[in-house]
Design a protein around this ligand. Structure first.
Ligand code: 5RP
Length: 232
């Protein structure tokens, strides 16, 4: 395992300590969440955690969790989740996030908003002081007329790339939409205003700006694991 993977696993192990018997768990998406799923699967197999039900935020996570024997359900059956554990592409000291580089931002945000507690796990490389400086901002748009959004987003200062599949064709999200990666060369000045502006545009389905949603971020570094918490 690489150093970064070991850090992701350490953050995932710390998050597992917050899981108690019988919880309805939102399951995020990505390589850090994959560690959490493995550890959760092991805990269920060993009986150190019992009776949890997972609600996956993507087809990928549903497949991974299913293979690990984690019992699964849907938001339709469990519209309120006790705890969701997810990764992030950027985490600010105020717990604002950029998410969605795994292509699952819409379902991830729906799951986050259905959660009593929303906990982020990652390695220290995800910590930023200014949003948009490490990761592009993913924006999910409907397929129809999508290319019209490019000039609009460029007008907001972004360099835009459509997310591609392995075969080079535009990638469809689990919801059948496209994802535009928007890199802001100097970072994002006013994330809240940008989010409002993007949501006002017809055809934009959701943005990767997760503002005011996370309750806690567990960031593992070589020396220690930092736990950032939102002020109550
Ligand atoms: C998927 C996400 C991921 O949580 C985010 O991209 C972090 O992924 P990873 O843990 O692989 O670094 O938002 O849409």
């Amino acid at each position: 395992m690489t150093d970064t993977e070991a850090l992701k696993r350490r953050a995932a192990a710390r998050a597992l300590e917050e899981v108690t018997d019988g919880m309805i768990l939102g399951l995020g998406t990505g390589s850090t969440v994959a560690h959490f799923l493995q550890l959760l699967g092991e805990a269920l197999e060993q009986g150190s955690i019992t009776r949890v039900i997972g609600v996956p935020s993507s087809i990928r996570t549903g497949r991974e969790a299913g293979e690990l024997g984690i019992p699964l359900s849907t938001l339709a059956e469990h519209p309120i989740l006790d705890l969701t554990v997810d990764g992030a592409d950027e985490v600010t000291p105020d717990l604002d996030l950029i998410k969605g580089m795994g292509g699952a931002l819409l379902r991830e945000k729906i799951v986050a908003q259905a959660s009593r507690r929303f906990v982020i796990i990652g390695d220290e490389g995800k910590a930023v002081t200014r949003m948009g400086t490490v990761s592009p901002l993913p924006v999910e748009v409907v397929d129809w007329g999508w290319s019209g959004h490019v000039a609009y987003l460029e007008g907001l200062g972004a360099e835009v790339a459509v997310r591609k599949s392995d075969d080079g064709s535009p990638l469809k999200s689990d919801n059948g939409n496209l994802i535009l990666h928007c890199r802001f060369p100097d970072g994002i000045d006013a994330p809240g205003l940008l989010d409002q502006e993007l949501h006002a545009r017809a055809g934009v389905v959701e943005t990767g700006l997760f503002l005011g949603l996370a309750d806690e971020a567990i960031l593992a570094g070589a020396a220690d694991v930092r736990v950032l918490r939102r002020d109550p």
